[in-house]
Ligand binder design. Sequence first.
Ligand code: FAD
Length: 688
Amino acid sequence: MATTESNVDVLIIGAGPAGLMAAAWMAHCGVKARIVDKRNTKIFYGQADGLQCRSLEIFDSLGFGDRAWKEANHMIEICMWNPGSDGVIRRSDRIPDTIVGLSRFQQIVLHQGRIERFFLDNIKKYSGDTIKVERGVLPESLEIDEAKVDDDLAYPVTVRLRTLTEEEATPVQQQTGSKVPDGLFRSNLTAVDDEDDLIRKSQARAGVTEIVHAKYVIGCDGARSWTRRALGFELDGEATDFIWGVMDIIPITDFPDIRMRCAIHSAENGSLMVIPRENRLVRLYIQLKEVTPDASGRADRSKITPDLIFGAAQKILSPYKIDYEYCDWWTAYQIGQRVGTSFESHNRVFLAGDAVHTHSPKAGQGMNVSMQDCFNLGWKVGLVAKGVCKRSILSSYQSERRRVAQDLIDFDHKFSRLFSGRPAKDVMDAEGVSMEEFKDAFLKGNMFASGLSVNYGPSNLVVKPGDAAEQGDGSERTAKTVATHAITADDFAKKQALASGLPVGMRVNSFKVLNQACARPWHFQERLKADGRFRVVLFAGNILSPEQKARVDRFCKALDAPAGFLHRATPAGQKIDSVVEVLTIHSSRRTETELLRDFPAALHPFDEHTGWDYNKVFVDDVSYHEGFGDAYKNYGVDKERGCVVAVRPDQYVGWVGELEDFEELHKYFEGCLMLTAPDGAKTEVVVR
Ligand code: FAD
């Protein structure tokens, strides 16, 4: 059979949450991309279900946060159950599930299949149905032509893809006699990597292959990643002896907190976590004390059945009774914490998601962190492939995300040990786990788990002092390749003080502001859509003060100059806001200011076909129906003098400065965007 050959800008391997996030960015940025998955079907049951605040903010920026929010079960409170002095479990504490005031969203649960559905619909809509998951397709070889990796226009990665038959691409279910679908084929209790076997079978019948030349490849193929192995990279870390089972059931029980998230430690029978879910379902995470790993360090998965898992749950919950008639899905896993040694090769092939970090699922982190990896990576790869951004920004992926992965593993290590350990009988019981320590870890863990504590280190996308080796992932290579803007700690402290509520390196928090033209309240984050655009947020301050108005005018004059970054980043024939969008928030009274009278045209550009842009200028003022967001106060910005903030396409703050610091702002964009030559020649920007 003839082998076809083609070029693609970005090839994504694996269509789980990480791969779909990468594909969503390609769709939103208008990049030519393909996504393949060896399985012939998406997930319909089980798997991940917890969605943290940051993931919901991201979904909202992509345009489907409302779907998840409406369908999901909302997690409001966590109840802790521990044995009393009589050994019987009782409720010892209640804490809010999400730290109050952290985000406009709180943690919710909805199964992975629905989330993957939202992604697929979104990718279809934004790519005009050009990016579709190609199922039953897997790579069998990957080569990087090192001679071409520095050529922006080259396709240096060659991947041979193989198409499987329907039967080959269908995952095998464990023979337990149970008709309920299990997730063991994706569990880490499965020792074998089935790719080699699938490829061999397909080769034997001369199955269909094709050769793809890609500019960039993103490997999102899960914990046993073929792409990672093809690059020769490993996961560092180890497995523990703790084995846990998972069941999604509709419970029949007298346990009073079955509709709350519960962490339950029994005196002698292990621990259990209750996660109330959509459609009356409840997920139970159950420690399996009767199953232990063999000499190879792995537990025998054939011994694990729904009856065995549920029996363990009944013992832990005793004296309360629990039973079920309907089970939706079940699986088991062995806790292990591992991080990838490297997240990329030549900045041409990248790894993301479970392919570079694995840990226990109880803290509800895997899917969230995996999607967030690709929310960090996708726009960078997409904009570089389009010729909008410089290739050097790609180094920041590893420096930013490997550190998050390491933090995740450290967090999970502590959390799992505390969760799987037997509760201490008294203060002298050194082997037992202190329930006070457990509660404390839960409270602290909530901040980390929300995804909102991520603070990226210095790079050409984040202007802060220090070098990447110190603040990034610690690798020597990253330190060499990440260009940092020189800024001293003192200078940085002065700049950061201009917007103390917008820490450089962290995501823009959201407060309500009103549209100057129509008075409609918006959460400011809603204006930071995931469309691949950088943003300059001008806090214009008190625009009615003549002195401040003069400062704003001077800033806008520099902004609008042909030699400035705004014009030089914009490809010929495209709108002035197509690469960098300027948004304004002022602090004067809305009713005393006029859009066209008080604000320079650069802040609400005119189009001969559609008139003035009324969606760019906002005011920090009281609304009729939704109160006062108090955005200046919350962002820590002076109401008279304001400041300027550069925001990356993924909503992270890249730079903060005064209105007079235009040169620095220009340098920020010069460091990451492809600008045309100052004489106006449009030769440097290549838009395909
Ligand atoms: P995966 O979801 O594993 O997707 C990888 C994809 O790549 C799959 O579709 C696979 O078919 C495909 N693939 C694999 N190899 C190849 C190949 N060679 N070629 C082509 N395609 C390939 N996370 C949370 O955030 N919250 C939770 O509440 C949570 N609960 C969990 C509960 C359980 C029981 C389990 C098992 C996991 C849970 N997780 C949770 C973790 C979460 O499911 C994973 O972290 C997440 O799915 C990782 O996403 P991914 O896209 O990196 O990998």
